[in-house]
Design a protein around this ligand. Structure first.
Ligand code: ARG
Length: 401
């Protein structure tokens, strides 16, 4: 008996995959559809109906929403993770979680193969497969959409022939991936980098032009993790959802970028991640007043390395864990509050406070009562400028010679 466990999303691609796996060309006897909740919008009933229609022997729902918030989203926030300075890793964060759940179920049910619905052109195949192998070494990985290229119309025709219900979303020109941390939108008119993104595929954000009046929101942090909104403690998953609503109304977190994929392709990506963008801005502002200069300087290049590792599918890696250990050490005193003003297109930091400030008004002030040791500044600058003077004297001597 040959069993396959599929990373099933409920969409057209992975529904067809459930059926293909039972066709002669794959020939599996038992197909398990694994649906992992990472905070995406999905219709459970509909997904189960579709999987059953596609001949799945079982549909397993795995709830990883809170785990995803507390582990992947929390780490992305403390690391201020923005790939190529812009993209908060939305899809890159969820793939290892989904793949781990699928691999665990495959092991538990004696499945010999794990299956994903990624094509050969993207990053997601890398993320799925590295994570599959990290939890089920030696497993056979099947990527039906890499084995054969199916057009959307061919898939729809196949689904109808098999009696798999096709909804109107199947006809959408966009490829959309979403989770608690945001949404990624590709394809359709977006493939033309000159074409402005239309309003229609956005779901978490509104047009900033029709935003309400600006508001203020205070985000509370404990050891780098957002824990409260306007003084009220909220679990992270709920806090991100609330921030998505609040900031989304102002069109905050809409990102239109050309991105370098791991496979060497530049792609046009549109994202909306209002909560992620607002929370990273707030977190980073709190670090500004708490971290020492050297902590901050060491952290920046490590943040970038971490982001690239995760983007390229290395969530489960000793390198990522080693950077986490450094980051955790820097976050011990990143506790306090940040005031954000939400206005069209921007989450602007307008205030920060913490019991652990290194910022000292007495030292920094231009007013009276400051304590800065002015007399020491003179000696400091004399020593600091020694080399500059030597160098300048040497340059002058050369010109004169
Ligand atoms: N390019 C993004 C990434 O690599 C988004 C991928 C999302 N997938 C999708 N099917 N739209 O993280």
């Amino acid at each position: 008996m040959r069993t396959a466990a599929v990373a099933y999303s409920g969409g057209l691609d992975t529904s067809c995959i459930l059926a293909w796996l039972q066709e002669d060309w794959y020939g599996f006897d038992r197909v398990l559809a694994v649906l992992v909740d990472v905070g995406q919008e999905f219709d459970l009933e509909e997904s189960i109906t579709r999987a059953n229609a596609a001949g799945a022997d079982d549909v397993l729902l795995v709830d990883r929403k809170d785990a995803f918030a507390d582990e992947q989203c929390a780490r992305a926030i403390v690391t201020n993770a923005l790939y190529e300075g812009k993209y908060p890793l939305v899809s890159a964060l969820s793939r290892p979680v989904i793949a781990q759940a699928v691999a665990e179920i495959a092991l538990e049910h004696g499945a010999e193969a794990v299956v994903h619905g990624c094509t050969g052109k993207g990053n997601d195949q890398l993320r799925f497969e590295l994570a599959f192998k990290a939890h089920y070494p030696g497993v056979q990985v099947i990527a039906p959409l890499r084995d054969r290229i199916w057009t959307r119309d061919e898939e729809i025709a196949y689904a109808l022939e098999k009696g798999i219900p096709v909804t109107q979303t199947a006809a959408s020109p966009y490829s959309i991936d979403e989770n608690l941390f945001g949404r990624a939108i590709e394809a359709g008119v977006l493939e033309d980098p000159w074409a402005g993104p239309p309003e229609e595929p956005y779901a978490l954000t509104s047009d900033p032009a029709s935003a309400p009046d600006p508001i203020e929101v205070v985000v509370g942090f404990e050891r780098g993790i957002p824990v409260a909104l306007d003084g009220e403690e909220v679990p992270l998953a709920a806090l991100i959802t609330q921030m998505n609503h609040l900031a989304g109304a102002y069109g905050i977190g809409r990102i239109d970028m050309i991105e370098n994929r791991a496979v060497g392709i530049k792609s046009r990506e549109v994202y909306e991640a209002p909560g992620a963008i607002a929370l990273i801005a707030a977190h980073s502002a709190l670090e500004d007043v708490v971290l020492t200069k050297d902590e901050a300087r060491l952290k920046r290049p490590l943040e970038q390395r971490w982001t690239e590792l995760v983007y390229e599918g290395r969530w489960f890696s000793p390198a990522r864990e080693a950077i986490d250990a450094f980051v955790d050490s820097t976050q011990q005193l990143v506790t306090g509050e940040v005031r954000l003003e939400l206005r069209p297109n921007a989450a602007v930091v307008t205030g920060r406070r913490s019991p652990h400030l290194l910022y000292s008004t007495e030292l920094a002030s231009y007013g009276t009562g400051e304590t800065f040791p002015h007399e020491a500044a003179e000696g400091f600058i004399r020593i600091s400028s020694l080399e500059t003077e030597l160098h300048a004297a040497r340059a002058r001597a050369k010109i004169e010679a």
